[in-house]
Write a protein that binds this ligand. Sequence first.
Ligand SMILES: *[C@@H]1O[C@H](CO)[C@@H](O)[C@H](O)[C@H]1NC(C)=O
Ligand SMILES: *[C@@H]1O[C@H](CO)[C@@H](O)[C@H](O)[C@H]1NC(C)=O
Ligand SMILES: *[C@@H]1O[C@H](CO)[C@@H](O)[C@H](O)[C@H]1NC(C)=O
Length: 511
Amino acid sequence: MAVPRLLLHLVYPSLSSLLLAKCKPSPLPVLNIGCSSRRISTAAAQRAFDPPVDEFWRWHCERGAVAASSAAAVKPGFVPEGLGLVAQRDIPRNEVVVEVPKRLWIDSDTVVASEIGRLCAGLKPWVSIALFLLRERALGTASPWHPYLDILPPTTNSTIFWTEEELSEIEGTQLLNTTMGAKEYVESEFVKAEAEVILPNKHLFPLAITSLDFLWAFGMLRSRAFSYGRGENLALVPLADLINHSSSIIHKDSSWEIKGKGIFSRELIFSLRTPVYVKSGEQVYIQYDIAKSNADLALDYGFVEQRPDRDAYTFTLEISESDTFYGDKIDIAESNGLDETAYFDIALGCPLPPLMLPYLRLVVLGGTDAFLVESVFRNTIWGHLELSVSRANEEAICRVIRQACKSALSAYHTTIEEDEKLMEGDNLDERLRISICVRDGEKKVLQQIDDAFRERESELDILEYYQERKLKDLGLVGEQGSMEILLKMCKSQKLLNCMRNARRLPAESFI
Ligand SMILES: *[C@@H]1O[C@H](CO)[C@@H](O)[C@H](O)[C@H]1NC(C)=O
Ligand SMILES: *[C@@H]1O[C@H](CO)[C@@H](O)[C@H](O)[C@H]1NC(C)=O
Ligand SMILES: *[C@@H]1O[C@H](CO)[C@@H](O)[C@H](O)[C@H]1NC(C)=O
């Protein structure tokens, strides 16, 4: 039997899908789950705007994004998280708080219509928007977008902006792997864009653009661009992108939509609603994405939440090319919506993803169970894989997973206990707190998986396997008596032989 290859690290997704930051900018990490509506003191909310914010607001109103600034439901304001949207009056649940017409967005169409549009024709949407942002930023006040660009933060707490020392705190985590993967990806896109677009068009890019600038643009898009239309479109939506996240809002439904304005207008508008009632002077929040893990949140926005189901670990399983039954196995995987490589996200306290066990059993399938990959079983094999196939197969999946957990667990430089202790400390540096939370969460998930498979291992003798089920289906199994003896025999002997013997027995004797 070929040794199954089991990779425990998330392979960074092929990056067309990378920039699908479903939602928004990064809010303040929420320390307590319970601390829901952080009231903003009137003083903070009414603090005179910083000139850039003030200017941004004027720019936004002048360009017709808000009917009349006095009628606005929200205004940008300073909040504990930095900038945010502050309610100007009591706002009922589900009321639209911001509408932004497409002419104010920065998206692929904005780039196409710009001076660099021609150059960006073949580029990935995010790369062209990144180049646009950097070029406009370099133009300074000569850019019509400067009031917006001026309020973009120079950095965030996303792990892509961490120093090496800060990153050393997430040694051994999948988060470190995905962070490095993202940075390598951005770097390679930069090298391409520099050679193909920036350097050959010096007249359009008079100021140098570095790979760090490019990473900044990536970070801005990743944390605040909205993606829509199956993630193919990406847009920065000024004002709407000031909305922060709150862990106390747990709505699954999106709080924003893109729609046509009026019956006759073909202009699209971005429309943002408040998912909950907001009192005048409080900040409006949304839920960025209830499905994201803490590692996702840390990479995308630079915050984490202390909620068990945000703790996750991604198992990457793979059918090895050197597997004797490689072709058949791929065929079986594909006809069940899977592939040569499959990713399974496991969250703390949640059951294994339903396709994981069948896929695992398929990956390790071999030996006397190999007959199941034959084409006569093609229509029924998945059903068989959903249940334990044989003792050997079940034992193999336990062994493989437990080894993988053990090896992953050995890569962290702290234990769960040490992390829990550290978490109790006050005044933790924010990035250190994110590190501890993520590595602690990953370890707990790995521990949980290891425990589950250890338990499975202890049940190997009492589980029911394919051959026994087969006997039952054939009506060869009675509640008691001779059948039990037969089953015991099956367990201790070669199952196939046992099957053959069973078939020869007169069926009547078992009724
Ligand atoms: C809240 O949103 C603002 C505006 O987008 C952003 O700059 C800030 O980083 C967010 N808060 C936090 C803590 O990330
Ligand atoms: C990182 O998070 C801390 C704590 O929330 C915050 O004070 C700081 O401004 C954040 N840094 C950046 C660059 O957003
Ligand atoms: C992430 O982990 C995978 C699997 O171990 C590895 O192949 C890949 O090179 C790693 N990526 C980075 C950027 O380290």
